[in-house]
Design a protein around this ligand. Structure first.
Ligand SMILES: *Cc1c(COP(=O)(O)O)cnc(C)c1O
Length: 388
């Protein structure tokens, strides 16, 4: 009898420990973990540098209030701003908090320049921005919002790729467009670079803000530190989370100087957000992941992996419809429901996770080794041959 609420459909397996790309189950089996806590363990399990950081920092200082200076947070914010478009950072604890804080920053900016009615956020229908009340209504997903009314208003929606609808939905009350640079839960759908560029131009023309949700696709996952960097587009606000803590809960909102001007003392806060323990871990992850050589390795290994996956697709076009994604944010879109495929992969000791549109999501640690990718390819090909 479990005393945990039944809000998850959990697989009947648990783990004793993890090392790098591998997880070891309580019934003594070894699994190649290509879920990695849903793109959270960017450096795999129990990375020695993260273990060292947490050991050392836990003996010094875990938590102090944001009423005081936190040097570890200053350090991480400086690194994030030096490496990216951002001028300022606000730390949170999770992705949903980060996306909601991003919405607050956008609204507060227009309020601060005397345009409080510019407060509506335009999002992609069936996107994913987290599970808190406002975030589920931002997604516009029927499944996620059902039974959670009254509706949190202030969000408008357009369908992925429907540029006419996008333009029509912008009105005088629109404050920002908020989209995932690469949709994760929604089925690994990449917004093409030219679209991102057009989005930026559109936002400039309409004098509204561009929020790019990089909670899943950011922090090296795409092969660039941020997925939007490839397009050269500069967003105004970027919520991040998942990968930045390497397994420790950290969220953050990155913003440019212009919009940050609205966030005066007292406008936002978080009890836990940015505490010394979290920040010291974030610093270690950041030092490793933002390194050019590290990112180049993600790029070249993921290109190899995607090339090989496409070969498997060509061999089994009746099983695999399409290979999607970039870097190590990969979706195998099947011709039919993915449940059986994921189960068979797991029977063969490869852990993956579903996404919308019949997609099997593949999220290796960013420091995955070539032989681990080859092992996964072998298992995927084997399962393809077993699917009718
Ligand atoms: C996971 C995710 C979130 C929510 O993060 P939580 O930490 O679960 O609150 C928000 N946006 C995107 C794009 C995500 O993938």
């Amino acid at each position: 009898m479990s005393f945990l609420a039944k809000n998850y459909n959990r697989k009947k397996i648990s783990f004793k420990y993890g090392k790098g790309a591998y997880l070891y189950s309580t019934n003594n089996k070894k699994y190649l973990d290509f879920v990695q806590g849903i793109a959270v363990n960017s450096l795999g399990h129990s990375h020695p540098k993260l273990v060292k950081t947490i050991k050392e920092q836990s003996k010094k200082l875990w938590h102090v209030s944001n009423a005081f200076q936190i040097p570890e947070g200053e350090k991480l914010a400086k690194k994030l701003c030096t490496k990216t478009f951002a001028d300022f950072v606000m730390f949170q604890n999770s992705g949903a908090e980060a996306t909601e804080a991003a919405i607050k920053v956008a609204r507060r900016y227009f309020y601060s320049i005397g345009k409080p009615n510019k407060n509506r956020i335009l999002c992609i229908k069936n996107s994913f921005h987290g599970r808190t009340l406002a975030a589920i209504f931002a997604s516009g997903s029927k499944k996620m919002t059902e039974g959670f009314g009254p509706k949190v208003t202030g969000f408008d929606h357009f369908n992925f790729g429907d540029h006419n609808s996008l333009k029509k939905k912008i009105n005088k009350n629109t404050a920002a467009i908020m989209v995932e640079t690469i949709m994760g839960e929604g089925g690994i759908k990449v917004i093409p670079d030219w679209c991102l560029n057009e989005l930026r131009i559109l936002c400039n023309k309409k004098k509204i803000l561009l929020i790019l949700d990089e909670v899943q696709c950011g922090i090296g996952r795409s092969g660039d530190f941020f997925a939007f960097e490839k397009s050269k587009v500069k967003p105004d606000i970027v919520p991040i989370a998942k990968g930045i803590g390497g397994g420790f809960p950290i969220g953050a909102v990155l913003m440019n100087k212009k919009v940050a001007s609205g966030m005066t003392p007292g406008t936002h806060g978080s009890t836990f957000g940015g505490n010394p323990l979290a920040m010291s871990i974030g610093n270690t992850v950041m030092d490793i992941v933002s390194n050019k050589k590290f990112l180049n390795n993600v790029k070249s290994l993921s290109k190899y992996f995607l090339f090989k996956l496409n070969k498997v697709q060509e061999k089994y076009p009746n099983v695999i419809k399409q290979i999607r994604g970039r870097g190590f944010l990969i979706g195998i879109q099947l011709c039919k429901d993915q449940t059986e495929f994921i189960k068979k992969l797991m029977d063969n000791h490869l852990l993956t996770i579903r996404a919308a549109e019949n997609v099997v999501r593949i999220l290796p640690p960013l420091n995955v080794k070539k032989n681990e990718l080859d092992l996964a390819l072998k298992i995927i090909e084997k399962v393809c041959s077993q699917i009718k």
